[in-house]
Design a protein around this ligand. Structure first.
Ligand SMILES: [Zn+2]
Ligand SMILES: [Zn+2]
Ligand SMILES: [Zn+2]
Length: 177
C-alpha cells in the first residue's frame, strides 16, 4: 500500500513534505513542458501548508491576504485546474476542497482517509481496492473513467483522544456472496 498516513496524522517534519511536494511539482512541470507560474506555485504552496484540504474560497482569501490585493476567483480556479491536470493536487468531492498529492510521480488511484475530528486527510492507494472496484464495475457492465474513494472516520491520534462512548462503531464489511 502506498500511503502518507503517518505524515498526515502524526507529528512530523512537515517542512520536508512541503519541500518534496514543490520539488516534485517542478520536475513534473519540466517533464510535461508546463510552466509553474508564481500564482500556480503559490496555490500549491498554500495547499501544502498542512494535510488539511482547502476550499477555493479559503485559497482566494489567503492569497489576497498574502499579496495585499484582491485575487480574483477565475485566477485561482485556473491555477487549480492546471494543478489538477498535472496530478499535483486532488479534489475532494465530499468536502468541495483541494489537497496536494504526496505521490504525483506514481500511478495510483485516489483513495482518501478523511478524519472528521482533526480534518487531516491521508491519501493511499492499494491494489486490493482497485481490483474490487474494477470487478464490481465489470459485473455491472460499467466502464470506469475515474474513481475517487473518500472514507470518513477517525485517524489514530483522534481515536486515542476520543472518550470511549463516543468512539464511532466501525462499519462491518458485508459478507460476499
Ligand atoms: Zn506533512
Ligand atoms: Zn494522489
Ligand atoms: Zn484526526
Amino acid at each position: 500500500m502506498m500511503s502518507n498516513s503517518t505524515d498526515a496524522y502524526q507529528q512530523h517534519d512537515h517542512h520536508r513534505c512541503l519541500k518534496t511536494a514543490l520539488a516534485q511539482a517542478k520536475n513534473r512541470c519540466i517533464a510535461r513542458k508546463a510552466r509553474l507560474t508564481p500564482i500556480r506555485e503559490s496555490v500549491l504552496h498554500l495547499l501544502w501548508q498542512s494535510h488539511r484540504p482547502l476550499g477555493a474560497y479559503k485559497i482566494i482569501d489567503q492569497l489576497s491576504e498574502e499579496t495585499g490585493k484582491r485575487v480574483l476567483p477565475p485566477t485561482v480556479y485556473r491555477a487549480l485546474d492546471f494543478l489538477l491536470e498535472l496530478g499535483l493536487i486532488h479534489r475532494l468531492a465530499t468536502l468541495n476542497a483541494y489537497i496536494g498529492c504526496p505521490f504525483p510521480d506514481s500511478a495510483h488511484s485516489d483513495c482518501f482517509l478523511l478524519c472528521r475530528e482533526c480534518g487531516s486527510v491521508a491519501e493511499c492507494s492499494t491494489a486490493n481496492v482497485n481490483k474490487s472496484i474494477a470487478s464490481t464495475a465489470e459485473q455491472a457492465g460499467f466502464l470506469v473513467e475515474s474513481q475517487t474513494v473518500e472514507i470518513l472516520g477517525l485517524c489514530t491520534p483522534c481515536q486515542e483522544k476520543m472518550p470511549q462512548p463516543n468512539k464511532a462503531k466501525p462499519i462491518k464489511p458485508e459478507a460476499d456472496e
